[in-house]
Structures are given as structure tokens and as C-alpha cells.
Design a protein around this ligand. Structure first.
Ligand code: FAD
Length: 353
């Protein structure tokens, strides 16, 4: 079997196929150093259905004392459905939603079994309130080491099960006899290669790194958006499938766009870690270049608004906004706001600002 890509989706597919007895080869467009796709840039926060601390204890170690002295959030199947409906205004595929939600806990257990280690998400989904630790937002767990950790754990599992990877090998088209796919054409260092296999899995991301496709599907101006993740996802998997007649489906102009450092590099940079995230806007007033507000910053927890407010920022004049914080919030800001990558201006009065 050929698996195209080497992010979370590809690694999971490859490992499961190998566990079921298939011989598996992965093709990865990036070099080994840059491999791992957006999965490697992710925070590693895991949203899955769970009923309380006893479920969490099957995934990671939580002492009796921690279990007793913490307000553990829940994310029951019903709560998960409610959230999904809320953020999509009910425009979500019912079958895929059901699969995602009802099998999510099982997926976490599968990942654990492959050697992925989880830790409590103290960093982004918890706080001490009136002397007691509380989790909120239904995301009490993250992968140890975040996205890079996730890819590393799965990579180790893949190596252990004997999965081969060809790096710097970009899949370009499916070999298709009119009835079935029998392999894939790829390119490495300008040379055309043919791989034949009884099954091909396309797990090579979306088109977020392709400025021409962003303009085509998201609209004029979107070629200028900064990409938070890998530069290797050019939409080739989608193109290959469409070229042999796959039916386009889903929300092609939908996007996950977040507030991000204005002067960040064009693509994600792993060495910058979280430095470009700008998630503290619920504590701010967000204003555009003309000094006008354009969203309700505190409409909900940031987890419910961040992926759509980025788009609102992008629609403003010059495609940016200021997040204005009062000094009172200083100690509540995430560390990246105080780091050297943050563009900031301070003043003692609003007029001066
Ligand atoms: C900054 C950031 C933070 C995030 N935080 C979280 C989080 O905390 N929690 C969460 O659940 N999600 C998070 N996400 C989203 C998450 O990272 C993605 O949804 C997920 O990683 C997608 O996995 P994937 O395997 O489908 O794609 P990817 O991980 O992007 O993998 C695609 C792979 O395909 C390869 N490829 C592309 N084209 C070709 C080709 N033609 N031939 C061969 N290989 C090819 C790429 O090199 C890559 O290896 C975050 C994303 C970003 C960018």
C-alpha cells in the first residue's frame, strides 16, 4: 500500500494498515528534516468525548490527590455535538460528525496504544480559580511535546513496525485504468517515478500553502495570508483525486483563520514555537487601522471564536488589527505577547497610543 504524506493522518493510516498486515510505503514531499506537515506545527491539543476524570485516567497518569482536588471539565458526546453544531451553524456532515464524535475516545486510546504520550493541558485550558485548579473548554488533554511530539511518537511507531518512507518524493498523479487506481506517479529531484500498489491513501493535506488555490477558492486577497504551518501542502492530493473524477464535496471556501503576528514569516517556523499566536484578544479591544472595532472580542471562550475571527481581521483595511490591552491584563497575557517576536506599542494614555 502507498500512503501519501507523513502528517498525523498519513502516519495513523500507515501504522493501522501495517498492523493489519499490509506492506506500506509512505511518500513524503518534504525532506526528513521538514517532514510532518501541519501536524508538526500543531499545539497538540486534543478534543475528544469524555465523561470525567476516570476516562482521562485511562490515557494518562493522574494521582488520586490531583483527581480529588481539581474541577475536571467534561466533553460528553452531547456536549461535543452541541459545540460542533454551534461553531458550524448546523452545517456539518452528519455522518462524519457522528464518526468524529462517537469514535473520538477510541481514537485517543488507539494513539495511546501506539506510544503517543498525553499530558494535562495546563498551558491553554486550565486556570486556578479561587485556589482550585479548573479545566475548561473541553480540551483537558494535549500530546506531550505538542504537534512535534505527536509526529515523533507516531514516527517511532512507524519505524518499529517496519514502514518505509521515501522523502523529497512528491506525488503528482494517480495511475488509474478507468476502473481502479493501481499506483501513483511521483517526482524526486526532477525525476519521474512510478509506484504500483493495490491501494493508495491520499493523506497529503489541503491547499493552504498554495497562493493560487487560496485566491481561487477563498477569494481575492487570500494569496497574501500568512500560513501558520507547512509550505508543502499545495492541494495536490485533492487535484489528483479530482483528475480521476472524484466528486468535490464540502465547504471549499471555508477556512480556519486565526489571529497571528502581523510580521510573521510567510510560512510556519518551528523554531518560533508559539511566538506568533495572538489568542488573548478576548482580553482586548480589537481595532482596525482606522480605530474601529469589528467583532465582539468576548462573545465566547477563544476556542469558539478564534478560527473565524482571523478572517474578520483579514477583511480589515491593510489586513491587520491592533489588540489593545489595559495594563490590568498584563499578568493574564500569554508569554508570546511579551516576547521579542511581538509587534507592540505601549503608552500611558489612549490619546498617546
Ligand atoms: C499552528 C497550528 C496549530 C494547530 N493546533 C492544533 C491543535 O492544537 N489541535 C488540533 O487538533 N489541530 C491543530 N491544528 C490542525 C492540525 O495540525 C491539522 O488539522 C492536522 O495536522 C492535519 O493533519 P494531516 O495529516 O491531514 O495533514 P498534515 O499534517 O499537513 O500532513 C500532510 C502531509 O502531506 C505531505 N504532502 C503534501 N503534498 C504532498 C505530495 N504531493 N506528495 C507527498 N507528500 C505530500 C506534507 O509534506 C505533509 O507531510 C493546528 C494547525 C496549525 C497550523
Amino acid at each position: 500500500m502507498i500512503v501519501v504524506g507523513k502528517g498525523n493522518a498519513a502516519l495513523c493510516a500507515a501504522i493501522e494498515a501495517r498492523n493489519a498486515g499490509a506492506k506500506v510505503l509512505m511518500l513524503e514531499a518534504a525532506s526528513e528534516d521538514e517532514s510532518g506537515g501541519n501536524s508538526r506545527f500543531a499545539g497538540g491539543m486534543m478534543r475528544f468525548a469524555y465523561n470525567g476524570v476516570e476516562d482521562l485516567r485511562t490515557l494518562l497518569e493522574i494521582t488520586d490527590e490531583e483527581a480529588r482536588n481539581t474541577d475536571w471539565d467534561t466533553n460528553t458526546v452531547d456536549e461535543f455535538y452541541d459545540d460542533l453544531y454551534k461553531v458550524t451553524s448546523y452545517r456539518t456532515d452528519p455522518k462524519l460528525s457522528e464518526l468524529l464524535i462517537t469514535r473520538s475516545f477510541e481514537a485517543m486510546q488507539w494513539l495511546r496504544k501506539q506510544g503517543v504520550r498525553f499530558v494535562l493541558n495546563y498551558r491553554a485550558a486550565s486556570a486556578v480559580v479561587d485556589g482550585r485548579r479548573r479545566f475548561f473548554g473541553g480540551m483537558a488533554v494535549e500530546v506531550s511535546g505538542g504537534g512535534p511530539g505527536l509526529v515523533q511518537f507516531l514516527d517511532q511507531a512507524a519505524v518499529k513496525t517496519g514502514i518505509d518512507v521515501h522523502y523529497e518524493t512528491r506525488a503528482v498523479s494517480l495511475i488509474y485504468d478507468g476502473e481502479k487506481v493501481t499506483g501513483i506517479n511521483a517526482k524526486r529531484h526532477g525525476k519521474v517515478l512510478q509506484y504500483h500498489a493495490p491501494a493508495v491513501i491520499l493523506a497529503c493535506g489541503g491547499f493552504e500553502a498554495n497562493p493560487e488555490w487560496r485566491t481561487r477558492y477563498l477569494g481575492p486577497g487570500w494569496e497574501l495570508a500568512k500560513v501558520r504551518g507547512t509550505r508543502f501542502n499545495m492541494g495536490e492530493g485533492l487535484k489528483m483525486a479530482l483528475d480521476i473524477g472524484a466528486c468535490p464535496y464540502g465547504n471549499w471556501s471555508g477556512r480556519h483563520t486565526t489571529s497571528w503576528e502581523r510580521h510573521a514569516p510567510e510560512f510556519g517556523d518551528l523554531s518560533l514555537d508559539h511566538a506568533c499566536h495572538r489568542h488573548c484578544y478576548p482580553l482586548s479591544l480589537m481595532i482596525n487601522a482606522e480605530g474601529k472595532r469589528f467583532v465582539d472580542e468576548g462573545a465566547d471562550f477563544y476556542g469558539y471564536t478564534y478560527a473565524k475571527y482571523g478572517e474578520q481581521v483579514f477583511k480589515q483595511p491593510e489586513q491587520f488589527a491592533w489588540q489593545v490591552f489595559d495594563a490590568k491584563t498584563h499578568d493574564m497575557l500569554r508569554p508570546e505577547y511579551l516576547g521579542k517576536v511581538a509587534t507592540r506599542v505601549s503608552a500611558n494614555t489612549l490619546e498617546e497610543l
